[in-house]
Design a protein around this ligand. Structure first.
Ligand code: ADP
Ligand code: MG
Length: 201
């Protein structure tokens, strides 16, 4: 059976204005990376780092629209992790190595099947190719905008196609000065956005 054509190709590749995030963003959450639902995201080439969601601590998450969001993830990788950017790893001159590194991300906020879909779930795909997993790593998220609502897909290919577009939308939307943290983003550079919450001690 032929699949109905998706509107995929018509999706905009950049969202929001060049002037930076708009209220209610930025939204923040943090926690340690946990195991997910074993849906095999990694096998699809789209691993998602899952965070526990404590609705009592994150006031905004209970009522937010389910769907795809974008922004930055700051990760505190263990000293032995191969993806620690070299400038930080080789600080031999008495500087403390940087604790958090900022990466661009897309994330899905949905419902957790383990709790009969009554509790929110949060899973983050970082736009960086990691040589090693980072389960247990402290992760902070700065959500800067909304990409699209949750959708049901006829097949996994359509899903992957849409996720690839989500990644492109995030990359292009974040790649503007007012959307890029002053603190610097791995693989991107520096802008004028206040990202101090992501890297604070
Ligand atoms: P799980 O069901 O346990 O979440 P996934 O297949 O979604 O398994 O893989 C997620 C794990 O992959 C993350 O917890 C992280 O340790 C690792 N990982 C590797 N690269 C990435 C990436 N680019 N973005 C997110 N997680 C990644
Ligand atoms: Mg996952």
């Amino acid at each position: 059976m032929a699949e109905a054509p998706t509107a995929t190709s018509e999706r905009p590749r950049i969202v929001y204005s060049d002037n930076g995030p708009e209220a209610p963003y930025p939204l923040q959450m943090e926690g340690e990376v946990i195991s997910g639902f074993g849906r095999g995201s990694k096998e699809l080439g789209i691993p998602t780092a899952n965070l526990p969601v404590d609705e009592a601590q994150i006031s905004w998450i209970a009522n937010i629209t389910s769907g795809v969001y974008f922004g930055y993830a700051a990760l505190q990788l263990p000293a032995s992790h191969p993806d620690i950017p070299s400038a930080a790893a080789s600080s031999t001159n008495g500087d403390a190595p940087k604790k958090y590194h900022i990466f661009p991300m897309v994330m899905s906020i949905g419902y957790n099947p383990f709790y009969k879909n009554s509790k929110r779930s949060a899973e983050v795909h970082i736009l960086h190719k990691f040589a090693q997993d980072f389960y247990g790593a402290p992760m902070r998220l700065l959500l800067l905008g909304f990409v699209r609502e949750e959708k049901n897909y006829a097949g996994v290919e359509a899903l992957i196609e849409d996720i690839n577009i989500d990644c492109e939308v995030a990359r292009r939307s974040l790649d503007r000065a007012a959307w890029m943290p002053r603190e610097g983003v791995v693989g991107m550079g520096q802008g004028t956005l206040d990202g101090s919450w992501l890297v604070r001690e």
